[in-house]
Write a protein that binds this ligand. Structure first.
Ligand code: TYD
Ligand code: MG
Length: 458
């Protein structure tokens, strides 16, 4: 038998690269101060054999000879989750659901598996006791006889449980709490996470049982520690949202079996997560009553769905020397650029004003089409004039103040029409070939920021 020798290896906690000695800067990803020491047992038996003359278990096949399994995707009870997965869970795949602590990952998964009736499932929890999970199930109001729960953190024991239960779907909550006896370092370390994930992946591929992993996210917003995990799994879903708001967004960051532009929206309620099938309701709930200055409605597209969202701005006289800029839900650099455009084009006194900007509902929006709504909100607050209700905007703003076309304009206009908007400001020429006279919404084409300003506040 080969003797096991223990040695130190330094792993980068950002990218998972290893090095035989400590380094201040990771040689692979260039991150500073990320190398952590871990003890690893290696076999001292020499493995320096000839690369040829070894008989492997697998044989290469011609692409045309490969048999595709006709096993259909497993339909998840939550439609939002299905869509983000690209139409359901693929048998034998490993999916990672990442998110900050307390965002609702365990709730999302438990809620879904309790609603699956036809499958035997094993929920391995390394964080919560079985009682806590039962309490959560009570709170969600769902029960299942097919779902087995075990509190376990040892990978070897997990495989023993798997042999006994023979699940058709395995859930591991969370991968950072699981450790293998074969590796010296503690649970959550790079080598543990990597090894455990790799072993679970092998299990998934060999048996065709899909594995759902739950993982934590670190302060920087990437999956805690090992980026390697992202390379191993088939799909990475990110569960995110603002703690202050109850809306949660499920986003595919990577998906070998589907589109990554898809988005699922949920609301955390007293009794679990509720699917938000009409995202514009995030805006519409705040829509009643009288309109105030500083609010503008933009039409944005996330994934394939367009929805309306409100940008709120407050512009006030700067009390101190340096004007304040505070942004939530929007890129602050982008806002600074838009402010500079406003100064140049419509005489906005940049240096004399504090500007606060907020995207309603706690969403983070990266769609450039929101530029126009952001500008309108800032101007509205600046001149203290209300943008009439029923008016929305969609368009990108360029450096010289020109309004530029954005993708899928027709879809945006139709969404605004569907939600009862009366008027939409769009970039000139963005709706070429569409007969706007048939629409119930008035389409106003603008080509410059000044033009939009005059139209809104003249
Ligand atoms: P949880 O799923 O434990 O988060 P994670 O697994 O990502 O750490 O969710 C925890 C939060 O969700 C907690 O603050 C309580 C809240 N919650 C509700 O508001 N309603 C519910 O029905 C449930 C189950 C949880
Ligand atoms: Mg949890």
């Amino acid at each position: 038998m080969a003797k096991l020798k223990e040695k130190s290896v330094w792993f980068c906690s950002e990218c998972g690269a290893d090095s035989p000695k400590w380094e201040g800067r990771c040689p692979a990803c260039g991150a500073w101060n990320t190398m952590v020491e871990e003890k690893v047992k290696t076999s001292s038996k020499s493995i320096a054999k000839s690369p040829l003359g070894h008989t492997p278990k697998s044989t290469p096949l011609k692409v045309s000879e490969i048999v595709t399994s006709s096993e259909p995707r497993i339909h998840m009870p939550s439609e939002e989750l299905n869509r983000v997965l690209g139409g359901g869970l693929v048998p034998g795949s490993m999916v990672l659901i990442g998110g900050e602590p307390g965002i609702g990952k365990s709730t999302l998964v438990l809620q879904n598996i309790l609603a699956i009736k036809s499958r035997r499932m094993l929920y391995v929890s390394g964080e919560e006791s079985a009682t806590q999970i039962r309490l959560r199930a009570d709170r969600i109001g769902r029960m299942s006889d097919n779902c087995y729960v075990v509190t376990e953190t040892s990978l070897e024991n997990i495989f023993t449980h798997i042999e006994k239960v023979k699940p058709e779907l395995l859930i591991v909550d969370s991968i950072q709490t699981i450790a293998s006896d074969e590796i010296e370092s503690s649970a959550g370390s790079v080598s543990q996470v990597r090894e455990c994930a790799a072993r679970l992946l092998r299990y998934a591929k060999q048996t065709g049982v899909p594995v759902l992993l739950i993982g934590h996210i670190n302060k920087e917003g990437s999956l805690a520690g090992p980026k390697v995990l992202e390379h191993i799994v088939d799909a990475v879903l990110q569960f995110e949202g603002d703690r202050q708001y109850m809306y949660r967004i499920l986003r595919a960051v990577k998906n070998r079996f589907g589109n990554t532009s898809e988005l699922g929206i949920y609301e955390m309620c007293q009794r679990g997560l509720r699917e938000v099938t009409n995202p514009s309701e995030m805006l519409m709930s705040q829509h009643e009553g009288e309109r105030l200055s500083g609010c503008a409605i933009g039409v944005t597209i996330e994934g394939v769905r367009p929805f309306l969202i409100e940008a709120q701005a407050l512009v006030s006289t700067a009390a101190y020397g340096t004007p304040q800029r505070s942004v939530t839900g929007f890129d602050s650099k982008r806002m600074n650029m838009l402010l500079a455009v406003l100064e140049k084009r419509v005489g906005f006194k940049l240096a004399a004003k504090d500007v606060f900007l907020n995207i309603a509902g706690g969403l983070k929006v990266a769609d450039p089409a929101l530029d126009l709504a952001v500008i309108a909100a800032i101007l509205s607050s600046n001149v203290d004039m209300v943008i009439p209700s029923g008016v929305c905007l969609s368009g990108e703003v360029g450096l010289s103040g020109e309004i530029r076309p954005v993708t899928r304009m027709e879809q945006r206009v139709r969404e605004a029409e569907k939600l009862g908007m009366k008027q939409i400001l769009i970039p000139r020429g963005a709706l070429k070939g569409v007969d706007t006279s048939k629409l119930a919404i008035k389409v106003v084409e603008v080509s410059k920021v000044e033009e939009a300003f005059r139209h809104l506040f003249a």
